[in-house]
Ligand binder design. Structure first.
Ligand SMILES: [Zn+2]
Ligand SMILES: [Zn+2]
Length: 356
């Protein structure tokens, strides 16, 4: 699981050491960073695979099911890291000539939305000219690669609103100020932000996912709390939604004679594929795989934190009809791994040749 990838990191380290790949010294608690240096001056291309699992009890009954109770690779990160290990193996076992450096980032804690920042804060994105990542994509043919220039996955913000009023007997609402009526009014009004304020052709989602209030059927409570998340592709929508959110919460709460406090947690930015690099990667990938145009979606990936600092490409890897990620029976077709290996190897060599 996120930040508990101790044995996974030890396994990766042992393989890299066995293959003679120099490991980078790191302050990371989990995760592994390594680098191949050609000895010839040139750019540095980084390859990232996330390595964490999820707190889900696996029900696939596969021969290689998780042996850890309540923990499984329900997001396909085992495929990502295996593909990257395959790429390391090829790059170290075949006499491939290249200029520059190739950095391998086996990143922890993607599911916690913090691993990429841990890697960046530990200095492991420094000196990198381009970064490549991928994610399994259920519902697409095995080994097909999806690419899209520009925004590909959403930014992720979280909010929590606490409303306070005056507690009173359910039969005497006039003597208090009802936080439940205020909360439902606010939650309903918030739904107008995406439908009335966001440009109709833009992508945005605002979901209230938790509501907590009350202790008894005959008391109007003093406090009510709700929380949820906002996902968008573009920065301007992200700012617009946040300011409209504050406006609605503050004005509605005072209209209902209550007080509201908002905690807003700014999460990862949107995944943005550098158009120039994406064009090169598309061209290279079409030589060994069927390429499809990825759809922009509002799920998130902290790969975006690298892309905020340096150009990168995030691809989708088709893994067949397997059901959705984050489900206990998620079983991506492992035949996709080979294409994942080629994605990493071929595109790295191409980019090292093209980047100055
Ligand atoms: Zn996931
Ligand atoms: Zn994932």
């Amino acid at each position: 699981m996120s930040d508990h990838e101790f044995e996974t990191s030890a396994f990766i380290r042992s393989k890299l050491t066995e293959w003679g790949v120099p490991l980078k010294k790191t302050d990371l608690k989990t995760g592994v960073i390594a680098e191949l240096d050609s000895g010839q001056s040139g750019p540095t291309v980084a390859l990232r695979a996330d390595i964490d699992a999820l707190p889900i009890q696996e029900t696939t009954n596969l021969a290689f099911s998780s042996k850890n109770t309540g923990v499984m690779h329900a997001c396909g990160h085992d495929i990502h890291m295996t593909a990257l290990l395959g790429a390391v193996y090829i790059l170290t076992h075949q006499s491939i000539d290249f200029k520059g450096k190739i950095r391998f980032i086996f990143q922890p804690a993607e599911e916690a939305n913090e691993g990429a920042l841990q890697v960046i804060n530990a200095g492991h994105a420094q000196g990198v000219n381009a970064i490549l990542g991928l994610h399994v994509k259920p519902g697409k043919p095995v080994g097909n690669i999806g690419l899209r220039a520009g925004y590909t996955a959403g930014s992720i913000d979280k909010f929590k609103v606490s409303i306070s009023g005056i507690e009173t007997h359910a039969a005497h609402p006039d003597q208090g100020s009802d936080v439940i009526v205020a909360l439902t009014g606010i939650v309903t009004a918030l739904q107008t932000i995406v439908s009335r304020n966001v440009e109709p052709t833009s992508s945005a989602v605002l979901s209230v996912t938790e509501i907590h209030a009350g202790t008894a059927w005959n008391i109007l409570p003093k406090t009510a709390v709700f929380s949820g998340t906002v996902r968008v592709l573009e920065k301007k929508e992200r700012e617009l939604i946040r300011s409209r959110f504050q406006e609605i919460v503050s004005q509605f709460s005072s209209a209902y004679r209550t007080k509201a406090e908002t905690d807003w947690y700014v999460g990862d930015p949107a995944v943005y594929n550098d158009p120039k690099l994406t064009k090169i990667v598309k061209n290279e990938t079409s030589k060994f795989a069927e390429v499809f145009e990825s759809r922009a979606e509002l799920g998130s990936d902290d790969f975006s934190c690298y892309q905020e600092r340096l150009p990168g490409v995030y691809a989708h890897l088709g893994v067949g009809e397997t059901g959705e990620i984050h489900h206990s029976d998620f079983a991506p077709d492992e035949n996709a791994i080979l294409t994942g290996v080629s994605y990493y190897v071929n595109n790295t060599l191409r980019l090292l040749g093209e980047l100055k």
